[in-house]
Design a protein around this ligand. Structure first.
Ligand code: E4P
Length: 222
């Protein structure tokens, strides 16, 4: 299981990174535009924060077949572990088919239904990103789409890993983990909620009070 943060907020990522088994960071054009930082600078800073093993999913902004293919090659040439995100629309699926001939690591993004995911998987996309909450918001069943896609990938033994995106609560994350997906990308607020257990904090506070009442600043082994 790979866990990513879906963010370009360096301070937020730095805050959460030490307590998370973090594979890397996913972005999209909206996330990068909100950060205002150029890609090379951002990835350099994030690599210092996360470590040299960090993997980045970075989306093309071109919308034509030629533009996507050219942009993907340029992203792939950058000195970072970059998976090129390509939208699973007609031009994007055509680009995925071409780029996999050159073995460029790819993620098919903005997946709203099973058939889109299947086509990208049949073209050899390394990752598929279904947009769980956005599917729910359209009146469909996001978890159901993820489950059906995972079932078909397993049944046809396709090489793609599901990297589920667009979460709005922790329960959605737990539901797709139970389906056996290969990766999830979490907004910072959801990752923070996963790390936060007030009952544990309360229990530890009571242990500290009891200990200090008898042993003051002594440590456990003293
Ligand atoms: C993944 O990288 C997607 O772009 C992202 O998770 C979409 O999430 P949103 O629906 O919260 O914008």
């Amino acid at each position: 299981l790979e866990i990513y943060l879906d963010s370009a907020d360096v301070a937020g990522i730095k805050n959460l990174c030490p307590a998370l088994p973090l594979a890397g960071v996913t972005t999209n054009p909206s996330i990068l535009a909100a950060s205002g930082i150029g890609l090379h600078e951002l990835l350099t800073v994030l690599t210092n924060v996360i470590g040299p093993q960090a993997r980045y999913h970075v989306q093309v902004v071109s919308n034509t077949l030629e533009g996507i293919v050219s942009e993907a090659h340029k992203l792939h040439a950058l000195p970072f572990d970059i998976i090129v995100k390509i939208p699973a629309h007609t031009a994007g699926l055509s680009a995925i088919k071409l780029l996999k001939i050159d073995n460029i690591p790819l993620l098919a993004t903005a997946i709203y239904n099973v058939q889109q995911g299947m086509l990208a998987a049949l073209h050899g996309a390394d990752y598929l990103a279904p947009y769980l909450n956005r599917i729910d918001n359209q009146g469909f069943d996001g978890v159901g789409v993820v489950g059906d896609l995972q079932t078909l990938i397993d049944r046809y033994q396709l090489p793609s890993k599901l990297l589920v995106a667009s979460f709005k609560n922790v329960n959605q994350v737990l539901q797709v983990l139970k389906l056996g997906v290969g990766a999830v990308t979490l907004p910072l607020d959801i990752a923070q909620q996963i790390l936060t257990t007030p009952a544990t904090d309360t229990a530890i506070e009571k242990f500290s009070q009891d200990w200090q009442a008898t042993f003051a600043d002594k440590l456990s082994f003293e």
